[in-house]
Design a protein around this ligand. Structure first.
Ligand SMILES: NC(=O)c1ccc[n+]([C@@H]2O[C@H](COP(=O)([O-])OP(=O)(O)OC[C@H]3O[C@@H](n4cnc5c(N)ncnc54)[C@H](OP(=O)(O)O)[C@@H]3O)[C@@H](O)[C@H]2O)c1
Length: 291
């Protein structure tokens, strides 16, 4: 169990045991809480129609986050590289919530061109944007390169989301100003970010075929998600924008990304908790349900 052993090494034993036991943290929710449970009081979603854009919602945590947000009346834009899978997710959402508004758009986060095309298509729809969940992620065992010739894990998990956020930030700020509703950006990171040693990023090692280590590449990309959130939080504050950004560890979930490992717990609750909590948590690294 890759993720659990990481936690045991890096976190106090007490916190780890509370996590494994599913005990509630300050938010009132624990690692056993589901996304439905944390949004049971969905008055914050109902007060005004919201639009959420979720990357990588064609499976796993993203698909569950989309399902629950749609169930709570949020218009969901699914940004997916595989539209066939995304159509299936949409069908399932609408089977459960027939009135749900689900928009599907294609994106390959490992490609700058694709991210730009996606943003043009999305902006052309002239929809508001209240919530952006930078969720898509991959783990590459072997060294691979994107079409822009960048190591694929870093290109997908970090650079694609960086560009997406850059292009859509003004839309989010504008939506918050027009509606008076605080916008939320959520970067889905991982506890594994803490595996990156103090000497920082090692781009050369990532790019060298010999020294490539998939776990290190993944950890670096997840640390980059957190540093990105911290930097954007500063920028938002400087602009006096009514938009916050948070980075979350979603929990340990047996999804595509860790199919080989034995997952234990639910994780989409942290993503939706970040959208629904009234308290402004901007600029804080939180493992919301675990602490
Ligand atoms: N599962 C866990 O225990 C865990 C723990 C910590 C953090 N996380 C993080 O949680 C997030 C969601 O992962 P998950 O567990 O739900 O895994 P998952 O089921 O494998 O989902 C990953 C999603 O990302 C999409 N994706 C991958 N590469 C993409 C690309 N180039 N362009 C667009 N979409 C792409 C996948 O699309 P396809 O369907 O086309 O493959 C899929 O929808 C990730 O950021 C992951 O790092 C997960």
């Amino acid at each position: 169990m890759l993720f659990v052993s990481a936690t045991l090494q890096n976190e106090p034993m007490k916190a780890t045991l509370r996590y494994l036991a599913g005990m509630a943290g300050p938010s009132g929710f624990g690692s056993n809480s589901t996304a439905e449970q944390v949004t049971e009081d969905s008055s914050c979603f109902l007060s005004s129609p919201l639009t959420a854009l979720i990357t990588g919602a064609s499976s796993g945590i993203g698909a569950e986050t989309a399902r629950v947000l749609a169930k709570r009346g949020v218009r969901v834009v699914i940004a997916a590289r595989d539209l066939k899978k995304a159509r299936e997710v949409k069908r399932n959402i609408q089977k459960e919530s027939p009135k749900a508004e689900v928009v599907l758009l294609e994106i390959d986060l490992s490609s700058f061109g694709s991210v730009q095309r996606f943003c043009s298509e999305f902006l052309a729809l002239e929809l508001p944007l209240n919530i952006l969940i930078n969720n898509a992620g991959i783990f590459c065992q072997n060294l691979e390169f994107s079409e822009d010739k960048i190591e694929t894990t870093f290109a997908t998990n970090y650079l694609g989301h960086f560009l997406l956020t850059e292009i859509l930030l003004d839309k989010m700020i504008e939506t918050a100003e027009k509606t008076g509703i605080q916008g939320r950006i959520i970067n889905v990171s991982s506890v594994i970010h803490s595996w990156v040693k103090k000497d920082g990023f090692r781009f050369n090692d990532i790019l060298s075929g010999k020294k490539y280590n998939g776990t290190r590449a993944y950890a670096q990309s997840k640390l980059a998600n957190i540093l990105h959130a911290k930097e954007i939080a500063k920028q938002l504050k400087a602009r006096n924008a009514r938009v916050t950004i948070n980075a979350v560890h979603p929990g340990i979930v047996k999804t595509g990304i860790i199919r080989a490992h034995k997952g234990l717990l639910t994780g989409s609750s942290n993503n939706v908790l970040c959208c629904s909590e009234l308290k402004n948590r901007s600029d804080k690294w939180k493992i919301l349900c675990r602490l």
